[in-house]
Ligand binder design. Sequence first.
Ligand code: NAD
Ligand code: MN
Length: 357
Amino acid sequence: MKTYKIACIPGDGIGKEVIPAGQTVLAALAQKLGSFKFEFTSFDWGGDYYRQHGVMMPADGLNDLRNKDALLFGSAGDPHIPDHITLWGLRLKICQGFDQYANVRPTRILPGIDAPLKRCRPEDLNWVIVRENSEGEYAGVGGRAHQGHPIEVATDVSILTRAGVERIMRFAFKLAQSRPRKFLTVVTKSNAQRHAMVMWDEIALQISKEFPDVKWDKELVDAMTARMVNKPASIDTVVATNLHADVLSDLAAALAGSLGIAPTGNIDPERRYPSMFEPIHGSAFDIMGKGLANPVGTFWSCVMLLEHLGEPAAAALLMRVIESVTADPSLHTGDLGGSARTEQVTAATCARIAAAA
Ligand code: NAD
Ligand code: MN
């Protein structure tokens, strides 16, 4: 029987609650189908590890992950440690170390979810946002000088490389091509940023010629926020830079009903390294440790993980079960206006997997 080696990195806050829930659901799925199993290895990296060792993860930690088939990640973020340390010391270290350059974020309004857009039918909002995940505004290039003096200066320099833009455009066009509508929107800001974003536009045009069957258009990022709210049905697949897509995908998650539902995959399309799957939410300091976190974002991330492993039947079964769970208001957590607890949602998901036809 095929065994998939999965590294679990719960991290901080509610990551420690939703990742074990995800493991439970994956194990239930393997048991139900009987055609593969999982070997989980958990890593206690994050804020607590930082308090003990002064780093979020060991310097050679990537070596422990390298031979895994996939990674399941919770959240990095601790109320007592600056966010740039937790983010760069753990999540970005893995994403960048493993060159997971395509961050894929599907958004749909699942059954039973009350989404905030009043004129939007569920079938009007079915998007996938592709986020450039290796460079751009989060390249980490910049510095500070004259610290503490009145002339202090600080820079964060956005870096776009031709190779980096070509590969993310090719990935986005290919993903758009694989979806029924075959339609891609390239988000830009080339009116104001007249160097790198102009190159971004030029490369989009160049790569589009490789995909004659994909229709595409271009939208400035500020106008894109309004289009997402006013004309959701005009959007299908989207590609944007690291920062632009970071912001747009939180908006997308909110428009679909809750941050607690939205999944993402940090993908190395060439499969040189393991890819990493995670709910898009953070540590949720306000509810952590209370058993109130919505685990659905993690479960949907597990669907993406299964698709990546080449288990489409298992992925489809889990997605069907997730939709039956969201359709049941008694299984809604607080973020969805309900009072269900993490463990109830998890137990119901496992029971429905076991009972599935
Ligand atoms: P957040 O996602 O942690 O929380 C925003 C709001 O949404 C909170 O009210 C929270 O209770 C709610 N929420 C989020 N996920 C939920 C879930 N699964 N179920 C129920 N409610 C949920 O965002 P934030 O407050 O901006 O950030 C908190 C910390 O998390 C910060 O340290 C931040 O840097 C970190 N963070 C990490 C990641 C990551 O590791 N990928 C992503 C975002 C934020
Ligand atoms: Mn974000």
